[in-house]
Design a protein around this ligand. Structure first.
Ligand code: NIG
Ligand code: FE
Length: 417
């Protein structure tokens, strides 16, 4: 049995357990000058070190955390981390004034990444996946969701799901997998044929994925088409979630409620009626402020969503087209500076509520009985992580009781080289 003591941390910060909304999301619990005792992958106790001495075995690994703040690892619950190619040229075009939607209409956008992803082997995609996961860990992420969606044909969609499956096996970050065959309509195929092809992929996708997602948007999948796909996916045991209300409000929220989606994600065009509808549900409202920054589109109405009592979640949406970052602390900064989140709300939305969105029950808090997924900062106040934006401040990352990143030893994450 391996054990780890994080000794005398200046500050240990944790959200409350369970899905957080309203008053509960505003309140972080703070322990000062306290230690965390971990055995195997579980937190056993949080107490001053003298009270823990009798329980600590002789071979216990000890980390001195005096002068440092400790937080739960981030749960980045929305990414498209497996893709081929890069779209820096499109970024340059956008910087010169061409919009994301115009680039997509010219055959760029998602479809250009689809071509690059189709031409890469499973091994090449795994190698790139490892590289990106390494970056995610350095930003404090210990659990992550990854979607397919850059294949748009049977072979490539399943190849991406197999890459995600392999990544689960060979490195320490905990991965949840989502089938997003309905990310766009492939060229040279009618939409109805492609929807049938997506449905035909479901028996194999369900073995590899936990969730099914659709891009419910003008020019992509209508509400009715989205529900048709998600309804079929449910029959195979996949849990529905939706990319919706990114550029246009086409009624995706009503659809998500109808189908029993676990989360609605993006929400940049969410209106007051949608917010009122969501407030009465257990559907997670996942906001992706990195996309608004990167694409220069409006931010989701975060403050209104929080005040209405919805379940807010923050994630990166990491992908090569609309959000080229895995930096969760930056996402929290954007939520606070651009969307009206308080710092405790931002931390709760990126940890405990992210875990809830992925159906993870003992992840996202620092408390006895919870999985030991933590980060240790190089300063004594968690607020610095959001305040000193863009600056690396995470010294160590611990996943299931193992140190997977130690900035003082190496910038490399073992298993992620
Ligand atoms: O979540 N909105 C749809 N899909 C991605 C963007 C994908 C891309 O541009 O490659 C998103 O933002
Ligand atoms: Fe996305």
């Amino acid at each position: 049995m391996s054990s780890l003591l994080i000794k005398s941390a200046s500050q240990i910060i944790t959200p409350k357990p369970g899905e957080l909304r309203g008053q509960a999301i505003k309140q972080l619990t703070e322990h000062t000058y306290t230690s965390i005792f971990i055995q195997d992958d579980i937190i056993q106790a949080i107490a001053p070190v003298d009270e823990l001495l009798s329980r600590i075995p002789g071979d216990c690994q000890i980390i001195d955390a005096s002068g440092k703040a400790v937080l739960p690892g981030f749960v980045d619950s929305h990414t498209h981390l497996v893709f081929g190619g890069h779209r820096e040229n499109e970024f340059a075009q956008r910087c010169a004034g061409i919009t994301y939607e115009e680039i997509a209409k010219q055959g760029g956008g998602i479809l250009s990444t689809v071509n690059a992803t189709r031409s890469m082997s499973q091994e090449e995609l795994i190698e790139r996946g490892l590289l990106y996961l390494q970056k995610a860990v350095r930003h404090g992420t210990t659990s992550i969701e990854i979607k397919s969606g850059y294949g748009l044909d049977r072979d490539t969609e399943l190849k991406i799901l197999r890459v995600i499956d392999k990544l689960k096996e060979i490195q320490p970050v905990e991965i949840t997998s989502t089938f997003l065959g309905a990310h766009a309509i492939p060229p040279n195929k009618s939409k109805s044929d492609y929807i049938q092809e997506i449905k035909d992929m479901l028996p194999e996708a369900t073995v590899l994925a936990d969730f099914c997602d659709v891009f419910c948007e003008l020019g992509y999948f209508s509400v009715q088409e989205s529900l048709d796909i998600l309804c079929e996916a449910k029959k195979f045991g996949l849990i529905p979630r939706m990319h919706t209300n990114q550029f246009n409000n086409i009624g995706g929220i009503q659809g998500a409620i109808e189908i029993g989606a676990v989360a609605v994600e993006h929400l940049e065009t969410l209106d007051d009626t949608d917010i009122a509808m969501l407030a009465g549900t257990d559907i997670c409202t996942t906001m992706l402020p990195g996309v608004s920054l990167f694409l220069k589109i409006p931010y989701a109405p975060g403050r209104k969503i929080l005040d209405a009592g919805c379940i807010p979640v923050l994630a990166t949406d990491f992908n090569t087209g609309s959000c080229m970052t895995l930096n969760m602390p930056l996402i929290l900064n954007l939520a606070c500076t651009q969307m009206g989140f308080s710092m405790p709300e931002a931390v709760s939305a990126a940890t405990q509520n992210g875990a809830y969105a992925l159906g993870k029950e003992n992840v996202g808090c620092i408390a006895p009985g919870w999985q030991a997924d933590l980060m240790i900062l190089d300063s004594d106040n968690y607020q610095n992580l959001i305040y000193f934006y863009g600056e690396p401040q995470i010294e160590k990352v611990i996943k299931k009781g193992n140190i997977i990143f130690d900035r003082n030893l190496s910038w490399k994450v073992p298993g992620l080289e």
